[in-house]
Design a protein around this ligand. Structure first.
Ligand code: PMP
Length: 401
């Protein structure tokens, strides 16, 4: 039956991990995958998560199905985390929210819901570049995917003029995907002032803002600060869609904990939207998994654990920021590597768009056992005091050719 099925291309990010695993050199470094590593290069389970798991286990919970939209206390707390406790639609009971299979699942539910119910929904605009999975997620949801300018190669910064021009030229009622913080893959976020301008354009052009918030807390180490864009848009009266992931900020990657929400006009509208979210989700996977939502909720619902978690998120963010400083200093001051490396320090979140070319990345893999995606994106979390020198000297050698 499958004689005519062509072989598909390997996933560009997971392919990097395959190459890394096959390399037997002890100096090898994997900077491809976007998962936090501790200062010894090891996966990190948060202490607050371990305590939350103990709390969950000691309550001896059953394994019954969750409702279609998931763990109700978890989704309520997830919305509070994103929108803020004093958010107007939240206090009015006007946010429709469902648990999701992490951030990816939230985006997919959102794409499917908007394709079906957003008036005249046809087009979604993504930043160029964006997380590689955005295009297939929204295309498979039935939307037409277009790009808006985001990255300026010359400045290795935000192409704000291009971004504004492209949003101004978009047809009314287009959907615009916005990375709420820690833009992946560039590590470049708009400033608060720029977010305000984007909000005005979205309003003026009657566009629909869809936020992808996969890194709340991970960008600056502050939960409210990283939610600035979402909260500003809501305060400005926009109705928004929001995909949340707890993969990074709680280190719950494989537990697949997330939420999708829509702000609505009032509780009556919310109830109608809720009913249609269920109709979208039920044929996809019936209802979401229990364990991760219980862990996340145990943290969000418990003041002491929440405080501990906030400190841990900040320490992960701070370790990444310190690696940025160190790498910048090594390249610029110690090695005098040709080029301007200031962006390594100024970029935000887990990733840095280094400006290294595909030829550089190939040389780094072959000669130095250093693995990253071909676009020169590195996960800063993969660096630590034990490997950063090997990385910096290898980059220096690759750039000097
Ligand atoms: N959005 C962005 C921008 C991401 O970087 C990621 C993770 N790489 C996700 C969404 C979704 O990840 P997950 O499904 O693991 O929550």
């Amino acid at each position: 039956a499958w004689a005519a099925v062509p072989a598909g291309p390997p996933d560009p990010i997971l392919g990097v991990t395959e190459a890394f695993k096959a390399d037997k050199d002890p100096r090898k470094i994997n900077l491809g995958v976007g998962a936090y590593r501790d200062e010894h290069g090891k996966p990190y389970v948060l202490t607050s998560v371990k305590k939350a798991e103990e709390l969950v286990a000691s309550s001896n919970p059953d394994k019954e199905y969750l409702p279609i939209t998931g763990h109700a206390e978890f989704t309520k707390n997830a919305a509070k985390l994103a929108y803020g406790a004093d958010s107007i639609p939240l206090t009015q009971g006007a946010i429709a929210v469902t648990q999701s299979i992490s951030g990816t699942g939230a985006l997919r539910i959102g794409g499917a819901f908007l394709a079906r119910h957003y008036p005249n929904a046809r087009i979604i605009y993504l930043p160029t570049p964006s997380w590689g999975n955005h295009t297939p997620i929204f295309r498979d949801s039935g939307l037409e995917v277009r790009g808006y300018r985001y990255f300026n190669k010359e400045t290795v910064g935000l192409d704000f003029e291009g971004l504004k021009a492209d949003l101004l030229a978009a047809p009314e009622q287009s959907i615009v995907l916005l990375h709420a913080c820690a833009h992946n893959p560039t590590g470049i976020d708009p400033t608060h002032e720029q977010w305000k301008e984007i909000s005005n354009i979205v309003k003026e052009k009657k566009l629909f803002p869809f936020f992808d918030m996969a890194y709340q807390g991970f960008a600056t180490g502050s939960i409210p600060n990283d939610a600035f864009a979402v909260r500003h848009f809501v305060a400005e009266g926009h109705q928004v869609a929001l995909a949340q992931s707890f993969a990074k900020n709680m280190g719950l990657y494989g537990e697949r904990v997330g939420a999708f929400s829509l702000t609505t006009t009032d509780p009556e509208e919310k109830a109608r939207v809720d009913s249609q979210l269920k109709i979208v989700i039920r044929p996809m996977y019936s209802n979401p998994p229990l364990h991760g939502a219980r862990i996340a909720n145990a943290i969000l619902a418990n003041e002491a654990l929440y405080g501990e978690w906030e400190t841990e998120v900040k320490s992960m963010a701070d370790r990444i920021i310190s690696m940025r400083e160190k790498l910048y200093n090594m390249l610029t001051h110690d090695l005098k590597t040709p080029g301007e490396w200031g962006h390594i320090k100024s970029q935000i979140g887990m990733f840095s768009f280094t400006g290294l070319t595909p030829a550089h990345t190939q040389a780094l893999a072959e000669k130095a056992h250093v693995y990253m995606t071909r676009d020169g994106r590195i996960s800063m979390a993969g660096l630590n005091s034990g490997n950063i020198e090997h990385f910096a000297t290898s980059v220096d050698a690759a750039v000097k050719g």
